[in-house]
Design a protein around this ligand. Structure first.
Ligand code: HGY
Ligand code: MN
Ligand code: MN
Ligand code: MN
Length: 419
């Protein structure tokens, strides 16, 4: 039955919200933490388990599943006109170590729910549809974040990504091999006509304004830095305070400078010193070497530049004053990215057709859609999450909002696939 001939058939179509919710709860067991979150680092055994589950669920829904050389999983739903590029949805199934049940996972499982709902309604779209689980969106185990979609968009070669190593020295290639997900498809070979990603907002705006849908117009810019503080190890009992070159005190001052620099560009700029490690730590040794990381973001590229300059100045000033060497190396820069007006309009139209409250917004978090926008039309749909909290085990969302987001995804995909 073709929706083009029978638009009301699609118009009244809704996903099965309780099936979607039970899928979210069912897959939360892979990497479940005692506090009710998920710790499912990319390419871990927990990630393998959820990937196997996802592959089986897609195949059970009649989708053809392929895997590329970075382990990204593509599940294809055939359309009437297979000469057209598929209209894609999806997100990521890997999580932060203190992850929740919805970040990334909602976008993938809502895509599965859309396919299941179209199957139940016996609806075939003109263009094929595609559901994608992108490898390593989080960037917690291997940097940078959103690495597989960045490689798909041509920002990195496959070999560059396969060679990236985690803190234990394991490479992406070795990790893929160990979980059996180094697929045969060349990265970027598969044509995609457009990509629409459903995601929780991971911020407080929709909930505060009591809006159900975020119509996302783009993603902000991101810069990641690796940092070192070099001082001098010395005896905790015999080294007088004025003679110390204490790397910990240098980092403490620098951390406050990071906050000051972000606040200087309020309200948009954010900066996070998320990792810090004393090399060869010991209770009775003055810290001499520290490694740390920085994550700096703003919707404007010029502000990212200004913050980077200010961070380097602060490092030099504190270093000179405390006889330390504080060095920053920028390892990743993602420019602010606008989404595609035609797709934004399709998302807005779908939400309007469903009578859902909504507002335009820019994404504070990075997403795979932000990388794909460099290669194809891309857009995002947000739904609220409780207190705007994410990257925390307490992350939660409402079943009705998840279903509403999936309905907007369904109607956006059908509109694009039948255009
Ligand atoms: O860091 C991010 O913005 C994404 O959640 N990985
Ligand atoms: Mn995410
Ligand atoms: Mn995330
Ligand atoms: Mn001693």
């Amino acid at each position: 039955d073709t929706p083009a001939k029978n638009p009301t058939k699609t118009h009244n179509l809704r996903v099965d919200g309780s099936r979607l919710w039970s899928t979210l709860m069912e897959t939360a067991r892979f990497g479940a933490t005692p506090a009710g979150g998920i710790n499912r680092l990319t390419l871990s055994d927990e990630d393998r388990a959820v990937r196997d589950w996802f592959r089986d669920a897609c195949e059970a829904a009649g989708l053809e599943v392929g895997t590329d050389a970075l382990g990204t999983q593509f599940a294809l739903r055939r359309g009437r006109d297979m000469s057209r590029k598929p209209i894609a949805c999806g997100s990521h199934l890997d999580t932060q170590p203190t992850g929740g049940k919805f970040d990334g996972i909602l976008g993938v499982l809502a895509g599965l729910e859309v396919m299941r709902s179209l199957n139940d309604a016996g609806i075939e779209t003109e263009a094929p549809l595609l559901l994608v689980n992108w490898t390593n969106e989080e960037g917690s185990r291997f940097a940078p974040a959103m690495m597989a979609s960045a490689a798909y968009a041509g920002e990195f070669t496959t070999d560059e990504i396969l060679a990236k190593r985690d803190a234990k020295g394991v490479s992406v290639g070795e990790a893929l091999e160990s979980i059996g997900y180094q697929g045969g498809e060349p990265v970027g070979a598969r044509e995609i006509g457009a990509f629409v990603e459903l995601h929780i907002e991971q911020g407080p705006i929709l909930e505060a304004e009591q809006k159900t849908i975020g119509v996302v117009e783009g993603g902000q810019g991101i810069a990641w830095f690796d940092g070192t503080v070099a001082g001098f190890e010395s005896h905790a009992g015999t080294t007088p305070m004025p003679r110390r070159r204490d790397a910990m005190l240098g980092l403490a001052e620098f951390a406050l400078a990071v906050e000051r620099i972000a606040l200087a560009h309020a309200p948009t700029a954010v900066a996070t010193l998320g990792e810090a490690e004393i090399v060869s730590p010991s209770r009775n040794v003055v810290p001499g070497q520290i490694r740390f990381t920085l994550d700096v973001r703003d919707p404007a590229s010029a502000v990212l530049d200004a913050m980077e300059a200010a961070l380097n100045e602060a490092a030099a000033e504190i270093g000179t004053r405390r006889n330390l060497a504080i060095a920053l190396t920028r390892i990743w820069r993602k420019e602010p990215v606008p989404f595609h007006p035609h797709l934004i309009a399709a998302v807005d139209g779908a939400a309007e057709g469903l009578g859902l409250s909504r507002r335009r917004m820019v994404s504070g978090a990075g997403h795979d859609a932000c990388n794909l926008a460099g290669r194809m039309p891309a857009a995002m749909i947000f739904v609220p999450c409780k207190d705007g909290v994410s990257h925390n085990e307490s992350e939660s969302a409402e079943p009705a909002d998840c279903a509403a987001g999936a309905d907007v995804l369904l109607h956006t995909l059908v509109t694009l696939a039948n255009a």
